[in-house]
Ligand binder design. Structure first.
Ligand SMILES: NC(=O)c1ccc[n+]([C@@H]2O[C@H](COP(=O)([O-])OP(=O)(O)OC[C@H]3O[C@@H](n4cnc5c(N)ncnc54)[C@H](OP(=O)(O)O)[C@@H]3O)[C@@H](O)[C@H]2O)c1
Length: 179
């Protein structure tokens, strides 16, 4: 179990690009990132759905299938967080195409800035709930040390913690609520 906490060397001088920030988990991500002191740039298909206003929040209107909108969202960001998900039950692959744009753009940006590769973490989750945050999560692997659900607020916190914690770089942990 990983206690939810602010990493000891957490940097607040950071611009975080958020995709999926109008969604149910993404809203927590945007709110928590702003509360942690980060600057946030988010992509929104419908900016009117964003109900938070903040001097450190920049909204880029657009769709993730548009590479120009993706590039505008990532411009100047030191980290990218995505809770993109299909909102309709139709296999139109928009999210997959969008992720490809995000990764291509991150690659160009990172290589332009410094010749290193990208760090990534894919956070796997069971059923997401809108329940209150527990403040701690169970970190397991597929089929190992996992539970049936996790609150979206706890997922958002775990994602933000990864910005300052290298423990899960290039890994795909499964996070769930403590037993
Ligand atoms: N719900 C569960 O129990 C569960 C279980 C396992 C995994 N997951 C995954 O966990 C993540 C978060 O889940 P959630 O329930 O919080 O998701 P959600 O509320 O459905 O949010 C999805 C987000 O993706 C955005 N999006 C979708 N297509 C887009 C496009 N073409 N361009 C720009 N934005 C686009 C939506 O924007 P709009 O607001 O414009 O629609 C929304 O912000 C998703 O990846 C989901 O697949 C969910």
């Amino acid at each position: 179990m990983t206690p939810s906490r602010t990493a000891p060397n957490a940097s607040t001088d950071r611009t975080v690009a958020v995709f999926g920030g109008t969604g149910k988990a993404g809203r927590h991500l945007v709110e928590q990132a702003l509360a942690a002191g980060h600057r946030v740039t988010m992509l929104a298909r419908t900016p009117g759905k964003v109900d938070v206003q903040h001097e450190r929040l920049r909204i880029v209107e657009g769709d993730v299938v548009d590479p120009v909108a993706v590039a505008k969202t990532i411009e100047g960001a030191t980290a990218v967080l995505s809770t993109l998900g299909p909102t309709k039950n139709t296999p139109d692959h928009q999210v997959s195409r969008g992720m490809a744009h995000i990764l291509e753009d991150m690659s160009r940006t990172v290589h332009a800035v410094r010749a290193s590769d990208r760090d990534w973490t894919v956070v796997r989750v069971p059923m997401l709930t809108d329940g209150p945050p527990t403040g701690s999560v169970r970190v397991g692997d597929v089929g190992v040390n996992t539970g049936p659900r996790i609150a979206r607020a706890d997922l958002a916190r775990f994602m933000l913690e990864q910005l300052d914690d290298p423990a899960h770089v290039r890994a795909s942990p499964v996070v769930s609520a403590p037993a």
